[in-house]
Structures are given as C-alpha cells and as structure tokens.
Design a protein around this ligand. Structure first.
Ligand code: FMN
Length: 180
C-alpha cells in the first residue's frame, strides 16, 4: 500500500492539530505526518500521494516554516503525484487574505506536474478575498479550516473532505468514523 505523506507547517499548533485529525480519519497506517520545519526535498520522493497543510499569517504571508522551505518546494518534481491541499485562516480577522497561503502553495507547485484533488466549496465562509479561490468557480483549491471563527464546523468539514479525498485518491482502505 502506498502511504500518503502529509506535510504541514504550523506556528501555534492549529494546522498540526488538523493534520492529526485528518490522519485519524484516513488511518494511521495510511497517512504519515511530517513537519515541514524538519522536512527535506528528498522525503517528497517517498510519496505519490501528498496532503499539504499551511496556515496564513500577517496579512497574507506564508507560515514561517513553509516560507523557509519555499525554494525547495518550488523544485520538487510533482509529476505522477496526486496532491490535496488544506489551510488554516481567520475569515473575520483577516477577510482580505483568507487562507491566501493555500493559493500560494498551490501556485508554486502546480507547474511541476501534480494532479490536484480536494477542491472545496466556498459556501459557508464569509470573507472578502482569497488567493485560494479558483477564478470563475465558487471553490477553493483545497479545504479551508477556520479554528478562530468556525471551530464548531471543523469536524464536519473534515469528515466531508476526508471522504472526498479518500475517493479521489482511490484509497482501498477504510474511511474511519471519528468523534472529535
Ligand atoms: C497576527 C496574525 C495574523 C494572521 N493573518 C492571517 C491572514 O492574513 N489570513 C488568514 O486567513 N488568517 C490569518 N491569521 C489566522 C491564522 O492563520 C489562524 O489563527 C491559524 O489557525 C493559525 O494556524 P497555525 O497555529 O497552524 O499557524 C492570522 C493570525 C494572527 C494571530
């Protein structure tokens, strides 16, 4: 079975905690979690399936560990890889920059050949602008989680998105039901 590499960056632990909640749904044997702060380019070669998680800081800026890895991620060969993205943000506090980093991460890898899965509806979010929104569609390039303003919606969003990427990755393993 090919495992999924979930690479995340997190300043205060929110994205990290969501990474583990994704792993709980897809299975500990299925998802290997790696902190981008300690990751190397070489580790990306170990996985055909990737989940990338990032938070947005300081008015549309990258999470700091991803920022340090930016040149490296830009060089990773994504041919033959399937990638799902998720991001953490605050839609009321930073509504002009909501989960911008997810859009920036998408844009830096998209020309390196990946198949991107896990697009997510913008329904249910209130924000002004987001670099993660797909032009001409009411969708983000990946899952948006807002632990600051809509923490109560996170479990349901994770259930739905994990079921979606479980199908889109074509996983044969069980999708687990989690009460978190
Ligand atoms: C100073 C500050 C700046 C922030 N800037 C943004 C922003 O520009 N866009 C956004 O969507 N969220 C922004 N946020 C919200 C964070 O992304 C959110 O709290 C997230 O859950 C943090 O995740 P982490 O702990 O994994 O880094 C900001 C939060 C703080 C405290």
């Amino acid at each position: 079975m090919s495992r999924i590499g979930l690479f995340y960056g997190s300043d205060e632990g929110n994205t990290e905690s969501i990474a583990f909640r994704i792993q709980a749904r897809l299975g500990e044997d299925v998802v290997e979690i790696l902190d981008i702060a300690d990751a190397t380019q070489l580790e990306f070669a170990n996985f055909d399936k990737l989940i990338l998680g990032i938070s947005t800081w300081d008015f549309g800026q990258l999470q700091s560990d991803w920022e340090d890895f930016w040149q490296d991620i830009a060089e990773v060969d994504m041919n033959g890889k399937t990638v799902a993205l998720f991001g953490l943000g605050d839609q009321f506090g930073y509504g002009d920059y909501f989960i911008d980093s997810v859009g920036m991460l998408h844009d830096v890898i998209v020309n390196n050949g990946p198949k991107i899965i896990g697009h997510w509806s913008t329904d249910g979010y209130e924000y002004e602008a987001s670099k993660a929104k797909i032009d001409g569609e009411e969708k983000f390039v990946g899952l948006a989680i807002d632990e600051d303003q809509q923490e109560h919606l996170s479990a349901g969003r994770l259930d739905q998105w994990c079921a979606q990427i479980h199908a889109e990755f074509g996983l044969q393993t069980a999708l687990l039901t989690i009460d978190d």
